[in-house]
Design a protein around this ligand. Structure first.
Ligand code: ASP
Length: 439
């Protein structure tokens, strides 16, 4: 059995955290490959090393005084090394990094050094081999991740190494420069490594005990989701739930490898299993609730719209021409509504409206801003009667006016649109009816 274990920044923010991580890794010999993030925040006002690196690079590359900024980064690593009592010096590494900063090796190079150095420290502490991700994770000339080349090189390399540390977040371009994934990208590296070694499990260790049913900023101490499918998680992340980097699902999905979200600070908690499919029922009929503010509804009215060939296409074309992507599109007999991101739309609204008028000659167009969308996600809804009924009666009891309803054809989610100002009230009401009042 092979497990790949990825540890997030807060799990590796201090020597104390490193000790927890090492005891987790050593507790199971199946934990062969370790993917670390850079040291994250030790307390809420702390600064992540990745952000310190961006800042230091900005100074150095503009010829400004970066010395103190660099020293602060060295101090973060040195305090970890000293407290762990390691016989290790990063001085030579820091000389190369400093020269790279002054010589403008790029922001990505700068940011990647957080994971790179943390990987060296962790490998030394664990007694595992260190592998520089620049040698095994590749991007193509356009900066896109080169999945197949990476998989081939990485699986070949790891087939000869039993235990290794592979830093997260970066790889290399064909011209040997360093490129990073987007923020939070160490999750992707963990997934890539899992695919390459055909792992039985990808454990993603963080500072919460799994994926939560709802945002803890809205409901205090919400329930943890025990099992969620990749698809359900996609729905939740798209609507704002942040646990795992969105792109981290794709490499493991290719091999059907489950992901287990675990808590470094509470290793006894089982966490959340993210799987391709499951016969396990969700505990609460629904799996989770997620939502986002800031949508605008554009409603177009025209008598006999339905019998006019190509009407929808002509409307949608106007959004496309202006680079606005469409979130939802509920329609009636003589009306259609298009939900778009308010911020994206606001600068283009007059162009879009003029275009729709010109091409479709509607009877009226109405714009309503400040709408929030809430997704109630759950594979169990398909086979459970009354889910929608419970959602809407909960909202009615909470005096929330529902502005839009959309049930995806996969019956994996029900999306409701409410006024921005009703957002939290609506989420609490839905949480209450499913989690607190289990029928
Ligand atoms: N250190 C990087 C970040 O802060 C990548 C990661 O932690 O996954 O975004």
């Amino acid at each position: 059995m092979i497990k790949v274990v990825k540890f997030g920044g807060s799990s590796l923010a201090s020597a104390e955290q490193f000790k927890k991580v090492a005891s987790i890794i050593h507790a199971e010999k199946e934990r062969h490959y370790v993917v670390p993030s850079a040291p994250g925040k030790r307390f809420s006002d702390d600064i992540k090393v990745t952000d310190m690196l961006y800042e230091c690079y900005a100074l150095a590359s503009k010829g400004k005084d970066y010395k103190q900024s660099l020293q602060n980064i060295k101090d973060r690593y040195n305090s970890i090394i000293d407290e762990l009592g390691l016989d290790l010096s990063l001085e030579d590494q820091f000389k190369i990094i400093e020269a790279g900063f002054v010589g403008r090796s790029g922001r990505d190079y700068a940011a990647s050094r957080g994971e790179y150095l943390n990987g060296i420290v962790l490998a030394k502490y664990l007694g595992f081999e260190f592998i520089d991700s620049a040698e095994v994770i590749f991007f193509d000339d356009y900066g896109n991740f080169d999945a197949e080349r990476t998989n081939q090189v990485l699986s070949e390399k790891l087939s000869t190494i039993e235990y290794a540390v592979i830093p997260g977040f970066y790889g290399s371009m064909p011209n040997d420069t360093i490129k990073t994934f987007s923020r939070g990208g160490s999750d992707i590296t963990g997934s890539i490594v899992s695919r390459a070694v055909k792992a039985d499990l990808y454990e993603n260790w963080t500072d919460v005990s799994g994926v939560l049913v709802v945002d803890p900023r809205i409901i205090k101490n919400p329930a943890v989701i025990r099992t969620i499918t990749y698809k359900e998680l996609r729905e939740m992340s798209y609507m704002g739930a942040s646990v795992l980097h969105e792109d981290a699902i794709f490499p493991v999905r290719k091999e059907g490898i489950p992901i287990n979200i675990r808590n470094t600070n509470a290793p006894e908690d089982e966490g959340t299993m993210i799987v391709e499919s499951t016969s396990r029922k969700s505990e609460y009929t629904i799996t989770g609730i997620a939502g986002k503010h800031g949508f605008t509804a554009v409603s177009i009215e025209k008598d006999m719209m339905n019998s006019e060939l190509g009407f929808c296409r002509k409307v949608l074309e106007e959004f496309e021409k202006n680079g606005i992507s469409i979130e939802h599109m509920p329609s009636g007999i003589d009306t259609m509504s298009v939900f778009v991101n308010q911020e994206e739309f606001v600068n283009k609204e007059q162009e879009v409206l003029a275009g729709i008028h010109r091409n479709t000659h509607p009877d009226a167009i109405d714009i309503e801003p400040d709408i929030a969308l809430i997704a109630v996600v759950g594979r169990g809804m398909k086979s459970t009667r009354g889910t929608a009924g419970r959602i809407f009666s909960a909202l009615a009891h909470a005096h929330v006016n529902v502005r839009m309803i959309d049930q995806g054809s996969s019956e994996l989610n029900i999306i409701v649109g409410v006024d921005d100002s009703d957002f939290e009230k609506a989420i609490s009401a839905i949480y209450d009816i499913f989690v607190n009042t289990q029928l």
